[in-house]
Design a protein around this ligand. Sequence first.
Ligand SMILES: Nc1ncnc2c1ncn2[C@@H]1O[C@H](COP(=O)(O)OP(=O)(O)OP(=O)(O)O)[C@@H](O)[C@H]1O
Length: 221
Amino acid sequence: MIELKNVVKSYKLGTKRVDVLKNISFTIQDHSYVSIVGPSGSGKSTLIHTIGGMEPIDEGEIWVNDQAVHQLNDKHLAKLRQNMISYVFQQFQLLPTATALENVMMPLLTVFSSGFVKQRAENALKRVGLAHRLHHLPTRLSGGEQQRVAIARALITDPEIILADEPTGNLDSETGSNIIHLLEEIHKEKGVTVVVITHDEGIAERTNRQIQILDGKLLTK
Ligand SMILES: Nc1ncnc2c1ncn2[C@@H]1O[C@H](COP(=O)(O)OP(=O)(O)OP(=O)(O)O)[C@@H](O)[C@H]1O
């Protein structure tokens, strides 16, 4: 379960303060498929970054299962992202000098033996339909294939939650639709909670619940 209680977050820009999240509270139950929608700059990315502890909050509480994310130190936040939460980004964020297999292995390389991690990475790449692209560099993959590698990298840790920040934003509509279907299959197969930020109404309508953000505030629960 993800629970936000009265979350407040601002950024400092020089002497100015930008209030980005203004007293946000909501709960996302286990095994959910949820979208976060709202205009550009309304705070969607900041919101999901705070859930995985990638951005600290100023006030409030963030709970993921029994873990108080707002109180965890860097070491425990890293563990949270190794054990429970994975991210998928619009720009894929693959290491350009590493092959698909090496990119997928990365989150677990410091945790388990390389032989074990390689086996898991191969399985994850197979799951996303890329068993034939293990040794390709990202530059030799299409956008859709790169996003599949990123999803395999998200899957290797066997997460309970995948937070996807406009995962189709860099893809044509057909490729984007395939990527959304893949995330939906993973949600159904493994019961993974998928939270997807999207500007695409069609994608938002496919989710079981839409969380609407406007100017840092929640519109609906
Ligand atoms: N690191 C930062 N430093 C300063 N301001 C920031 C930072 N990150 C985001 N902001 C500001 O916070 C606000 C919310 O940004 P955020 O990226 O969360 O919005 P968003 O809803 O995800 O937008 P988009 O749909 O365009 O991705 C914006 O005004 C943005 O300029």
